[in-house]
Write a protein that binds this ligand. Structure first.
Ligand code: ISE
Length: 339
């Protein structure tokens, strides 16, 4: 039967996901939307047939026709919504970050472990990007030998008001942390952050760009340029350096025009544009698995491990020191094949 989804949070990602479920994804409908801003929720609901609007996530989850929950509220609101979804034993797609710190992510992990079965897929959508999926298969086949390093670039044209240095780690670099864990099938063991003199275009008080170095349990090293006010567009690149060759994703492969003594092509404006297909595939995969009674994709363990690495990253930002990552023991529920 068609899956009735409650979308929690109708900001940028929540309203885009509601549109996606309504117009793109098959097998699901938006049964309810929730926002602390009642007018904003009502405006989204008004565009969707049979959709109700709420200000309280718990009330929406208990409403008729709600079979599953998509959480797209700000990170600090995720823990309460996840625990409420567990209380109703509802399947959840939770936008990243799972929660903003390791202790709260661990509480979510423990609550899901008490349920005894997986309920959460975390919104690490790069795993559903066509190019990243190809890179993952290539590395898994072993053609390039062992992966020694990843060089990553993560640039946003600009940041919304209130975007902080901590968010550069928790909301932005969290993607490279997940990509590193997923591609290499290793944990992040230490984080170091270097900060060049900030760009004069950086908002007051934001040290932008930064260079984040990740070390992994298998001895790989990953560098991430995070530059969230680069001004010229959205770029995400990743080059894997193996023992026998390298492989790279994220070069713009759109239309390339040679004319007037120049060559070049367009640059995506933002992540909604760059990762549109990945978001579509991610939500469709969640709906399909949920209708089969399964939970697949990035797990609460992946969300927790990323949160622990982010927490070390935020500390490294503040101290300038190389900061080790400590992880709790991995419960049997999260066997590695979930990757
Ligand atoms: C945002 O929350 C995302 O998830 C984007 O992928 C990232 O590029 C951006 O920096 C974050 O703020």
């Amino acid at each position: 039967r068609t899956l009735g989804v409650a979308v929690i949070g109708t900001g940028r990602m929540g309203s885009d996901h509601a549109r996606r479920i309504d117009e793109v994804v098959s097998g699901a409908r938006v049964a309810a939307v929730v926002d602390i801003d009642a007018d904003r929720a009502a405006a989204v609901a008004a565009r969707i047939d049979g959709c109700t609007s709420w200000t309280d996530p718990a009330a929406a989850m208990a409403a008729d026709g709600v079979d599953a929950v998509l959480i797209a509220s700000p990170g600090p609101a995720h823990e309460a919504a996840l625990l409420e979804a567990f209380a109703h034993d509802l399947p959840v797609l939770c936008e990243k970050p799972l929660t903003p710190d390791a202790a709260s992510a661990l509480r979510v992990l423990e609550a899901e472990t008490r349920l005894g079965h997986r309920r959460v897929q975390v919104g690490f959508m790069r795993r559903y990007d066509e190019e990243y999926a190809q890179l993952k298969s290539l590395l898994a086949r072993g053609d390039l030998g062992r992966t020694l390093m990843l060089h990553c670039v993560h640039r946003n044209a600009s940041t919304p008001p209130g975007f902080t240095g901590q968010m550069m780690i928790n909301d932005s670099v969290v993607h490279e942390i997940d990509v590193t864990r997923w591609l290499l099938e290793q944990e992040v063991t230490a984080v170091t952050v270097l900060r060049p003199a900030p760009s004069s275009a950086a908002p007051e008080g934001l040290s932008d760009p930064q260079l984040v170095l990740l070390e992994t349990s298998g001895g790989a090293v990953v560098d991430v340029e995070i530059f969230v006010n680069c001004g010229f567009g959205y770029q995400v690149r990743c080059e894997a350096v193996g023992e026998r060759g390298t492989a790279r994703v994220g070069d713009a492969h759109g239309l390339c025009v040679d004319a007037g003594g120049r060559w070049g092509g367009p640059i995506a404006a933002d992540f909604v544009e760059r990762f549109r297909d990945a978001y579509d595939r991610q939500v469709q995969a969640w709906v399909d698995a949920t209708r089969r009674g399964e939970v697949t994709g990035p797990s609460a363990w992946d969300g927790y491990a990323a949160a622990a690495a982010c927490e070390a990253g935020v500390r490294a930002q503040a101290t300038g020191a190389r900061t080790p990552v400590t992880l709790a023991e991995r419960p049997a529920l999260y066997a590695p094949e979930g990757r």
